[in-house]
Design a protein around this ligand. Structure first.
Ligand SMILES: NC(=O)c1ccc[n+]([C@@H]2O[C@H](COP(=O)([O-])OP(=O)(O)OC[C@H]3O[C@@H](n4cnc5c(N)ncnc54)[C@H](OP(=O)(O)O)[C@@H]3O)[C@@H](O)[C@H]2O)c1
Length: 209
């Protein structure tokens, strides 16, 4: 069982904290505001602790960054030293304002930009195609959705895949960190499918093999 920090008390942060704590991991939910962290942790459930961001990441083995893409750089100011040598999971999708495209250039991805922001950390990308509503009811008629895990640090990727095996999701090694470019575009497709087919924000991908 890991000690996990989840930075951001929004929909994804609370969803990740919920499934991780239910699987038995020690979860510290981080916020810019200690009071908001404590309130969100209480809401997620017993066993989850809320702390201001820097305190949340201090003792963590692995840190999920669950803040908007545009806020990742600002969020990481002041956390870099605490995150050195640690696995950092970027879950962000750099969506444009109308959710029908990305704001990043095709030659990069949010995950790669986070890796540039954190040169001393071990950055992996995951949960980019897991909609927040899915955490409340993760299994679809007996089937777990696929969580694509990408990264250039094989050991970090395997560590995260090990954690995902304890969760109600099917983790899958999808390759190098640059594959995040594809995953982030897949999120655009997923959102378009949700809107077109009225899936009420509860939809995901599953690889059949
Ligand atoms: N929503 C989805 O279905 C979904 C699916 C896949 C991936 N993602 C990605 O997951 C990340 C989080 O999404 P979300 O839906 O959880 O977003 P959200 O509900 O808006 O929450 C984002 C959190 O980030 C923190 N934050 C830090 N700096 C901020 C700032 N300047 N302005 C606003 N919030 C700030 C806030 O926590 P504190 O106030 O506690 O600091 C806030 O609660 C995004 O990168 C998104 O692309 C989302």
């Amino acid at each position: 069982m890991a000690t996990v920090a989840v930075i951001g008390t929004g929909n994804m942060g609370r969803g990740l904290a919920k499934v991780l704590s239910e699987a038995g991991h020690t979860v510290v939910l981080g916020s810019r505001d200690a009071g908001r962290a404590a309130a969100a942790a209480r809401e997620v459930g017993p066993g989850v602790v809320g702390r201001e961001n820097a305190a949340a990441v201090r003792d963590a083995d692995i840190c999920f960054l669950a803040v908007p893409f545009a806020q990742e750089n600002a969020t990481l100011q002041g956390l870099r030293a605490h995150l050195a040598g640690k696995i950092v999971v970027d879950i962000s999708n750099p969506l444009n304002a109308s959710y029908d495209g990305l704001v990043t250039e095709p030659t990069t991805s949010a995950a790669e930009l986070v890796a540039e922001m954190l040169p001393a950390s071990r950055v992996v990308g995951a949960f980019k195609n897991t909609l927040a509503a899915v955490f409340a009811l993760p299994v679809f008629e007996g089937a777990q959705s696929t969580v694509f895990v990408v990264g250039d640090d094989e050991e970090a990727k395997q560590y995260l895949l090990g954690i995902i095996r304890t969760l109600p999701f099917a983790g899958l090694d999808a390759g190098a960190l640059s594959v995040a470019r594809t995953l982030e575009n897949m999120s655009v497709l997923l959102i378009q499918l949700v809107q077109k087919h009225d899936y009420h924000w509860r939809a995901g991908f599953r690889v059949l093999a």
